[in-house]
Design a protein around this ligand. Structure first.
Ligand code: CUA
Length: 184
C-alpha cells in the first residue's frame, strides 16, 4: 500500500523484485514494438491515412467551396434541425471542398463509387473532428489548414460525418453526409 511513505527511505537502492523487473521489460518492449509499428502501419494496413495538409485562409477556402456548390448542387437536404444544406455532385476526379463550422458540415457530398476525388476539408472557426461512419475514418480539422485526402469510395450508400471533437453547444447536431452513388 502506498498511502504511507516506505519504511526504507532509500527504497530505490533496494534490489528490484523479479516480477517487477519482468513487468518493466514487458512494458518497455511492447512500447518499442508499438513505436516501430506506427511507422510500419503508415504504409501497410488501412488504419493510418496518408493525408496532406496545407495552410489556407478561411476566406480562400470558403470561396473555393462556394464556387463548387454554385456549380454542382443537385438538390437540397433538410436536416433534423430544419436547416437546408446543398448536396453537390462534383465530377469524378475533381477537387471537392468540405467546410466544418459551428455546427454543420457544408455542403453534403454525392460521390460516385470507384471514382477518386481529392477531398479538401477545413474549419471556418475552431477545431472539429471529421469522423466518417460506419467506416471509422477520423481526422482532426483545424482552422487555417486544409486536410487533403484522396478518397475512392468502394461501397455505395449513405455515410454520416460525425463531429468527434467537442465544439460547443451544438456539437451533437453537427452531422454531415456523403452519399455514394452506384456508378452506371
Ligand atoms: Cu464540431 Cu463538434
Amino acid at each position: 500500500m502506498a498511502v504511507f511513505p516506505p519504511k526504507e527511505a532509500l527504497w530505490w537502492k533496494l534490489p528490484i523484485s523479479r516480477s517487477e523487473l519482468i513487468w518493466i521489460i514487458v512494458a518497455f518492449s511492447w512500447g518499442l514494438f508499438m513505436f516501430f509499428f506506427m511507422i510500419y502501419w503508415h504504409g501497410a494496413g488501412k488504419q493510418n491515412l496518408s493525408n496532406e495538409a496545407y495552410r489556407i485562409s478561411a476566406e480562400n477556402f470558403s470561396a473555393k467551396t462556394k464556387a463548387m456548390v454554385d456549380k454542382y448542387t443537385v438538390r437540397q437536404y433538410e436536416t433534423k434541425q430544419g436547416t437546408t444544406i446543398p448536396v453537390v455532385h462534383p465530377p469524378a476526379g475533381s477537387d471537392v471542398y468540405l467546410i466544418a463550422r459551428l455546427w454543420q458540415w457544408w455542403p453534403m457530398l454525392e460521390l460516385e463509387k470507384d471514382k477518386s476525388y481529392r477531398v479538401h476539408i477545413s474549419s471556418m472557426d475552431w477545431m472539429h473532428g471529421f469522423s466518417l461512419q460506419p467506416v471509422n475514418i477520423n481526422i482532426e480539422i483545424h482552422p487555417d489548414y486544409e486536410i487533403v485526402l484522396t478518397m475512392t469510395p468502394d461501397t455505395s450508400g449513405e455515410f454520416t460525418i460525425v463531429c468527434n471533437e467537442y465544439c460547443g453547444i451544438g456539437h451533437h447536431t453537427m452531422l454531415g453526409k456523403i452519399f455514394v452513388a452506384e456508378n452506371k
